[in-house]
Design a protein around this ligand. Sequence first.
Ligand code: SAM
Length: 215
Amino acid sequence: MTDHENPLFAAIYDPATALAEATVLAPHRRYLTNGLAGRVLDLGTGTGASFPFLVAARDDARRADDDLDAHLLDPDRHMLSRARRAARTHGLDATVVCGVAESLPYPDDSFDAVLSALVGCTVPDLDAALDEVGRVLRPGGQFRFFEHVAADGLQGRVQTAIDPAWTRLAAGCHLDRDLEAAYRAHPGLDVRTVERRDGVPPVSPLVRGVAVATE
Ligand SMILES: C[S@@+](CC[C@H](N)C(=O)[O-])C[C@H]1O[C@@H](n2cnc3c(N)ncnc32)[C@H](O)[C@@H]1O
């Protein structure tokens, strides 16, 4: 088993997140995928929780005489087998690749949009991943994200205290990353919009937004 394989996390991910998906997360997935067209990469695609929303975006694109060419990447083959099944269930034709965000197996300027849904918390080398996002996006292409981030005050201190245990339980997920700051600081990305929303503590707050590839 490689460092990226976590069969137990993959098996419990859907049941553990079902309530949050139905209540808190669905609007953010809609935000992430709304109006997408062209070549789209879903980074850390997991079990495929965004697929119904990708299908809706693809259908909208087709109605507008366009299309959406979905590419799905994750390093965990247990996640990917669930993603393949979910893609079939939802009728999402997609290219599925096992790989890491820090070393994307795609040419420069090859995507119109890259999505990150709850992935920035887990990627071990965030700067390398953002370099790669900037590289594979065409100039002006969009990096769309919805992530959970570090809270302020007491909630933030609790996150920091429980982070070591949480990280072990949740397959490398960190509660205390300031992803908005990381995205804003990255030279290859120009953050255009960020909105902050409540999540489900300790996985709260959430940020969602859009950055544009600068070169
Ligand atoms: C919390 S899950 C989110 C899954 C999915 N995006 C969603 O919205 O439900 C985080 C995902 O990131 C993946 N991941 C972990 N390290 C990664 C890396 N270096 N590059 C890309 N994905 C990674 C995990 O395998 C897992 O599927």
